[in-house]
Every structure is written in C-alpha cells, then in structure tokens.
Design a protein around this ligand. Structure first.
Ligand SMILES: [Zn+2]
Length: 222
C-alpha cells in the first residue's frame, strides 16, 4: 500500500532548508518514531488510553495479522479490519474520488505558524500535550493524533511572528501547480526538495501563503 509518511531517516538527513523567502518552507510529515518527544505507543498516556478502551487481539479480515486495534463493518460486525487496512481502503476511495471529480485531492493540511523563538514555542506545545519533533533549530513540528501537525517556523527576513500559513498535502504537486497556473494563479515551483518532497506554493492577494507538496516517490500520473 502506498504511504504518505516520509521516513524519519529521510527527514533526519535533510540539510539546512532553503530559507531565502517566505515561500521556501521546510517539510513535512510526522516521522514514524525517530526523534519524536512526548507520549509514544507504550507510554503512560497510551497505557491510559488502553485502560479506558481495553483492546483484545483479533485477526484482521483483510491482512490476517493479529492486531489490537480494529474497526468493524457496520453491515458485517463479524469482520474486523485493522487500522492499516482501513487506511488502504481510504486510499482506494481517494483514488476513485480523484477519477470521479477529475481534479486533485487535498489529502491533508497543516498550519504553519511563524514564531519568534522555536524552542520557546516547542516548550509551549509540549506543555499543551503535543508530541514535538525538530527538523532543525529553526523548524519544528508539533503533533497530536491522528491528523494535526502544526509547523513551527522561525521568523526570517522580516517576517512577523504570529502569522500563519497552510501546508496542503496532495498526491501530485505538479498536477496542482498545473491547474492553478492554467487558471491564472501565479505558482512558485514545484521543485524537488532535499528532504524528499516535491513542493510549490501560491500566495493570496493579502500575502497568505499556501504551500503544497507530494512525496517525490509517490506521484500519481494521469
Ligand atoms: Zn489488516
């Protein structure tokens, strides 16, 4: 099954991110384990969740693995499906939706907060219960399960802290750029970034930036 998660190794070897302007922004998606800080599977918090919702291992109907967490089809409550297989089904749905709508899908979105002091912001987000991972001294990610990741970007080049932007995940950044360009929207990029993503950006009339990106190794071609 294709995955959108960039490995911790890929993110870990990334060098300094180009910071020549406000449209050049670091990556990207929460790594699997790696340098994450805060509650992780098996931690006290995860244990607490298990105590509240005691799990029982079952065999996934789809992949036949023994899993602790699963969902059941409403029409067939005897058929448990593990979270991985459920994600695979959702991926199939997304592919169909893309065909049906003949357009590109937003597969995820993440706010980018411009901050005056990344370390200070990281401390605050940790206190607020987020898991935090540093890309480098000037860029970090604060994550809460399952889908919220806030990018914390050090203000550079006269940027004002407190201003946000939006990061859109998509299947094919080139397709997004092409459609926006055809409609007359000025598009910067997309280009391959050293941390393994292909990214571009657009800027609205007031200077709000929308960055968009897809994995470099998972491009869906029409
Ligand atoms: Zn499964």
């Amino acid at each position: 099954m294709p995955t959108q998660v960039v490995s911790a190794r890929v993110l870990g070897i990334a060098g300094p991110v180009e910071r020549s302007g406000r449209t050049h922004r670091a990556p990207h998606r929460w790594p699997e384990g790696g340098h994450a800080r805060g509650p992780s599977p098996g931690s006290a918090l995860a244990t607490c969740a298990r105590l509240q919702f005691p799990a029982m291992s079952v065999e996934c109907t789809c992949c036949a693995r023994s899993v602790d967490w699963w969902v059941r089809l409403r029409s067939h409550p005897d058929l448990p499906i593990c979270h991985d297989c459920l994600a695979g089904l959702n991926g199939q749905r997304d592919g169909q939706l893309q065909l049906m709508t003949d357009s590109w899908l937003v597969t995820g979105m993440e706010p980018i907060f411009t901050v005056s002091d990344v370390a200070n912001s990281v401390a605050w987000f940790e206190r607020a219960g987020f898991r935090v991972w540093f890309h480098d001294d000037s860029y970090a990610f604060a994550h809460r399960e399952p889908d919220l990741t806030v990018h914390l970007a050090q203000a550079v080049h006269g940027e004002s802290p407190g201003h946000g932007a939006l990061y859109l995940h998509c299947h094919d950044a080139d397709r997004v750029a092409r459609e926006w360009a055809l409609s007359g929207v000025e598009v910067d990029g997309p280009r391959d970034e050293q941390y393994g993503r292909r990214e571009g950006s657009v800027t609205d009339p007031d200077g709000n930036v929308i960055r968009f990106g897809s994995p470099m190794d998972r491009v869906i071609r029409e």
